[in-house]
Design a protein. Sequence first.
Lengths: 117, 140
Amino acid sequence: MASDSKKSPPLSSATLHILLALAGGDLHGYGIIKEIARQSEGHYRMGPGTLYDNLKKLMDAGLVADGLQSVSPNEEERRLYSLTLDGRSTLSAEVDRLQNVVKEARLRLHERKPRRA
Amino acid sequence: MSRAVALFTYRLILRIHPATFVARFGDEMLWIFEEECQRGAAGRLLFDGIVSLLRQRLRVQEEPAHASRGVGVLVSDSRMSLVRLFQGWVMSSLLFAGFALLLNRGPFPVAFRPTPAPTCMPCALPPLVPPQTSLPEILR
């Protein structure tokens, strides 16, 4: 996994949020937006333009797959997006990278204590 | 801005997107826009749509093979040039300015008020009048 994180560049904020939303299960577009808003406690409300621009890139890269499914019997079919195995490993590598960043940041902050005024 | 105007504008923005992108995501984007409009987020979503338009147009320029067809008024073939990019920028700027005017909080002032004419200060002062009193006796 560490080698994966070295190979792939860091994910953008929008990409990371989309992958994170899909990690919990398959969602349609509006479901992804609502899940991102929930995860960020309402601070990040992604627009459809940003969402589908990133989804298209993720699907082209093979990290996300789509398919038509009925959410409930009475409703019309919606396109649901799901994380592929590659997408899951990419997300995992990004989480590892972020963990290293946090670890390094904590180390630095504890090393250098603030000066007294 | 009324919901109907916002929806019409968003449809227009979608129409200018590359055809392949609209065919794949257009209906879903419109559905999300309608849902989010009820929360009063029309301005933010219209701006997001314009940014998306610029992104997709730039991507078409980078990947000409994906731009086989163009529904919009800007692209008629698969080649994109700087001129077309400039056209896209101008069109997006015009759209954005239109939204800003509709929202009454854009780069233009809400209302033009005539500025009052500046007061002529020297005229406001009393005219200089030579002293009427005669010089004191001691100075004569």
